[in-house]
Design a protein around this ligand. Structure first.
Ligand code: NDP
Length: 306
């Protein structure tokens, strides 16, 4: 039986791996479908402390993984498809049918940015299409960008992007935002921001050049098609925490995020770290911080079992 199984290899999971490995707990880390997590879909990370010149998401995750391996963390490829967290010991089952038992489990499965689901968008993720304005906004200095969405994230993203972009167009599928009034008022009053109501992105241009040069937009009421020149498209239509394998066993909030107090879930020995339990900050450094917290909590829990 494992002491600690960590599910996820974004900043939360890898930091938990560094700490639990260094505590001689010999953690097993399950890599999942996107090794390195969401960071690997961004370009350079300029706001992670300690890297004054920035660092690529891929490299940061690679370095953190090596750091965990140095202290003995073991890594295993595999997607967790189901779990029994109410069982003692806890268990998880991988897609190949392998069952792993553990005294403690740290869930660091992250949240996936929702995308529009159109083919041209998919091809340009990381090349002008982004799901994270805070991560990538600074790369769009003095060029026009667009934000899709009408919730608080879209408002925040659009306002944040005004620090860099020459113009921000917010594209929303209805004629009313769902975001809080204060954010909407702030957005509508901003001279750099224009709103395209009742509009949907039909296509991201120009796949052939392998970088975003514009959008084809459809007015959902009139059907009229227009083009908008932008160099970046920020999709802010919500995130979905990756909790499917744990469904029905852990407390979640209205949006499906795990509820954790100091990373402790409602089940003893089960901890949550990173974006899977954080709808608010969603930063690499906050995820790493909570990974550290989960590791220390797991260590404390194992100590109390003896
Ligand atoms: P929301 O679910 O609140 O909003 C998503 C937005 O995207 C909606 O306007 C929705 O349109 C639109 N949308 C969804 N799917 C599509 C699609 N396929 N095509 C086009 N548009 C689409 O998500 P957020 O990430 O904005 O917010 C999540 C939670 O986090 C909320 O509770 C929010 O209040 C909170 N939050 C709080 C912040 C703060 O307090 N500072 C900052 C950011 C988020 P429609 O309106 O038509 O459904």
């Amino acid at each position: 039986m494992e002491n600690v199984v960590i599910i996820g290899t974004g900043p939360a999971g890898l930091t938990a791996a560094v700490y639990t490995a260094r505590a001689n707990l010999n953690p097993l880390v399950i890599e999942g479908f996107q090794p390195g997590g969401q960071l690997t879909t961004t370009t350079d990370i300029e706001n992670y402390p300690g890297f004054p010149q920035g660092i690529s998401g891929m490299e940061l995750m690679d370095l953190t993984r090596k750091q965990a391996e140095r202290f003995g963390a073991r890594f295993k490829n595999g997607e967790v498809v189901s779990s029994c967290l109410t069982c003692l010991p806890h268990s998880i089952t991988l897609s190949d049918g392998e069952k792993i038992e553990a005294k403690t489990i740290i869930i660091a499965t992250g949240a996936s940015a929702q995308y529009l689901g159109i083919e041209s968008e998919h091809k340009l993720i990381g090349r002008g299409v982004s799901g994270c304005a805070v991560c990538d906004g600074a790369f769009y200095r003095d060029v026009p960008v667009a934000v899709v969405g009408g919730g608080d994230t879209a408002m925040e993203d659009a306002l944040f992007l005004t620090h860099f972009a020459s113009k921000v167009t917010v594209i929303h599928r209805r004629d009313q935002f769902r975001a809080s009034k204060i954010m909407v008022d702030r957005l509508l009053a901003h001279p750099k921001i224009e709103v395209r109501w009742d509009s949907a992105v039909e296509e991201v241009l120009d796949v052939a050049k392998n970088e975003v040069t514009g959008l084809k937009i459809r007015n959902v009421k009139t059907g009229a098609i227009s083009e908008l020149k932008v160099n970046g498209l920020f999709v802010a239509i919500g995130h979905k925490p990756n909790t499917k394998p744990f469904a029905g066993q852990l407390d979640v909030d209205h949006a499906g995020y795990l509820i954790a107090r100091n990373t402790r879930t409602n089940l003893d020995g089960v901890f949550a770290a990173g974006d899977v339990q954080d709808a608010v900050y969603r930063q690499a450094v906050t995820a790493a911080g909570s990974g550290c917290m989960a590791a220390l909590e797991a260590e404390r829990f194992l100590g109390s079992m003896k």
